[in-house]
Design a protein around this ligand. Structure first.
Ligand code: ADP
Length: 266
């Protein structure tokens, strides 16, 4: 009698229960899938993948000569003396010269902890190196950038690197035109972000020297001065700072200027 009765209830309820479960479960699944596709999940996923799996032909820090090794192995151009507003009293320091490199090529190939993006204040992508970085990282970089509320000149903000071999991207906004103090701030704040996240290797493009029109030589003085100064105060926190040089003009300038800001002793 009891089993007959419960059977009846079951038969009556089953279709209703089935409908209710579906109504409840389906939106949960859809929501879950939506979350799975968000930039946060992608960021986390890519941070777990090593650089070579992401990009077979990436260039690792160990493959790039330090400034000390490079300057001992090539014929260098004439040194470029320090500039007045970038002059510092420095001694020959091989430890610092081992923490600097120049890399000639595309910054999106570098497998470092962070590459720096010369972004615009919207952080939503643009031309030049910004376009190259967004293109190589994939669309989730822009999704994360949207959450950062833009960036002021001289500030620096960090995101994941997504499909880039570099783990993170540090976005900074350079000045439009020749404003050395603002440009130094870009380098200082980018390094500050790197160290605050306990990251140890970084690559910079020549910030502001493209579309933003900062003269290359003057920009190189500000960049190398600021990096030298920061490395002196934070030597143990950073393993390598790479100046990524894309234009022939910069390739020549940096080989000259580093002789002054990072002199080596034999
Ligand atoms: P900005 O707006 O700050 O001037 P740009 O992207 O126009 O930024 O130029 C900054 C520097 O980045 C220039 O020296 C330019 O040649 C260089 N550059 C452009 N594309 C790349 C790239 N893929 N990798 C490294 N450097 C790049």
């Amino acid at each position: 009698m009891l089993s007959k009765c419960s059977n009846k209830i079951f038969k009556l309820r089953y279709p209703i229960t089935k409908l209710n479960i579906a109504d409840v479960i389906y939106p949960i699944i859809v929501n879950f899938q939506k979350n799975m596709a968000s930039w946060e999940v992608e960021k986390d996923k890519y941070l777990r993948i090593n650089a070579e799996t992401k990009r077979k032909n990436c260039v690792k820090v160990e493959d790039i000569l330090t400034w000390k090794s490079l300057s001992e192995s090539i014929k260098l151009p004439e040194p470029i003396a320090m500039k007045e507003n970038c002059a510092i009293n420095i001694s020959k320091n091989n430890i610092l010269a081992e923490k600097i490199s120049i890399f000639e090529g595309n910054i999106t190939n570098l497998a470092v902890d962070a590459i720096v993006n010369a972004a615009n204040s919207s952080l939503l992508g643009g031309g030049g190196v910004d376009g190259a970085i967004h293109g190589a990282a994939g669309p989730f970089l822009k999704e994360e950038c949207r959450t950062l509320g833009g960036c002021q000149v001289g500030e620096a903000k960090i995101t994941g690197g997504y499909q880039l071999p570099s783990r993170y991207v540090i976005h900074t906004v350079g000045p439009k035109g020749e404003y050395p103090e603002k440009l130094k701030k870009c380098y200082r704040n980018s390094l500050e972000v790197l160290v605050s996240k306990k990251l140890r290797t970084i690559a910079f493009p020549c910030i502001s020297t493209g579309i933003y029109g900062f003269p290359n030589l003057s920009a190189a003085h500000a960049a190398t001065y600021q990096v030298r100064k920061y490395l002196e105060d934070n030597t143990d926190q950073i393993d390598r700072v790479i100046f990524c040089l894309f234009m022939d003009e910069d390739k020549k300038i940096y080989k000259g200027i580093l002789q002054s800001y990072f002199p080596i002793s034999n």
